[in-house]
Design a protein around this ligand. Structure first.
Ligand code: AMP
Ligand code: MG
Length: 327
């Protein structure tokens, strides 16, 4: 069985093709890069509408298959930006109808976790999902993926990108700040906001921008933001692992590419006799392969959807998904 997955919750539109053993046959994508300012949902949706058909063709070429060899179409049903979600859902419906094969809407956050289980040795990990719009600690418990902690305001990636943008750096800011942080020398004081199992980043953003105005070096700020924000994330992840008595931690989302975050979580894991898993970078960011793979798992678990049920859900919660395939 082969599935094609279309991702399009935010800035990235991606198409992936995977087989039943989670071999990634193709995983191509294109990201909106606004010249200035943040992402405008309508503009991103227009970008996705332009790119999705060429990407589908390209994915089939890379996989070396004909679209008629596909058995399932999956797409990102939510959470995400409404116009973007509707655009890829429309593309997925058209493709499934024309090929006369089943279609499944996939929860984006669950897909980040499943692709990690698919391509690493992680069996039942706690996922630290750190991306642009989302920041969650997720694990499987009693039939569902449950959120053990999350951001109370903005996603960690948004915080990094916004800070970078205000400092005149390009988008996405996360990787640029990671480089700058290597030359940071002084740990500046920034708010450490852990509230129970949750985290918050907007106070840190405000404080860092204020320090920048007062003349703090960008390298020191990048370094300090990483140290404080990643320590917060590591703390809540460790608490979830302790609570669940779980000895596997999986990283997902674009910020999971950050070496310093990987280092801190790996250190925490080894201190408690646990293991950390990080999927390859192209499977950490938003991508079609993770949607295709989760669609395959759902199909295997008996999930079927009528066209009517493929309506998108901007606020699709991780714990709304009945993870039948894990039963
Ligand atoms: P996603 O939303 O999962 O596609 O991930 C995109 C986010 O990941 C953006 O906010 C990027 O700034 C961030 N990102 C990508 N690479 C890195 C990195 N090396 N360090 C920190 N953040 C990163
Ligand atoms: Mg994501």
């Amino acid at each position: 069985m082969r599935a094609l997955g279309i991702e399009g919750t935010a800035h990235t539109v991606g198409v992936g093709i995977v087989d039943e053993e989670c071999r990634v046959l193709a995983n191509v994508y294109d990201m909106v890069k606004p010249e200035k300012g943040g992402i405008h949902p309508r503009e991103a949706a227009n970008h996705h509408a332009e790119m999705v058909v060429p990407l589908i063709r390209n994915a089939a070429d890379v996989a070396g298959i004909d679209l008629r060899d596909l058995d399932l179409i999956a797409f990102s049903q939510g959470p995400g930006l409404g116009p973007c979600l509707r655009t890829v859902a429309t593309a997925a419906r058209a493709l499934a109808l024309s090929l006369d094969i089943p279609i499944l809407g996939v929860n984006h956050c669950v897909a980040h976790l499943e692709i990690g289980r698919g391509v690493t040795d992680a069996k039942d990990p706690v996922l630290l999902y750190v991306s642009g719009g989302n920041t969650q600690v997720i694990a499987f418990a009693r039939g569902r993926y449950r959120v053990f902690g999350e951001t109370l305001d903005i996603g960690i990636g948004n915080m990094l990108d916004k800070f970078a943008r205000e400092c005149g750096l390009a988008f996405p800011g996360g990787p640029i700040l990671e480089k700058l942080a290597q030359d940071g020398k002084t740990l500046l004081s920034l708010p450490y906001s852990v509230k129970g199992m949750d985290v918050a980043f907007s106070g840190m953003l405000t404080a860092a921008l204020a320090l920048r105005k007062q003349g703090a070096a960008i390298e020191d700020l990048a370094f300090s933001i990483q140290e404080v924000a990643f320590a917060m994330l590591t703390e809540v992840t460790e608490r979830a692992m302790a609570h669940l008595d779980n000895d596997e931690v999986l990283l997902g989302g674009g910020v999971a590419r950050n070496r310093r975050l990987q280092e801190m979580v790996a250190r925490m894991a080894s201190d408690r006799g646990a293991r950390m898993f990080v999927p390859p970078g192209d499977l950490c960011i938003d991508n079609g392969a993770m949607i295709a793979w989760t669609g395959l798992l759902m199909h295997r678990g008996g999930v079927r959807m009528s066209l009517r049920e493929t309506v998108v859900d901007q606020r699709y919660r991780t714990d709304e998904v009945a993870a039948t395939w894990r039963a």
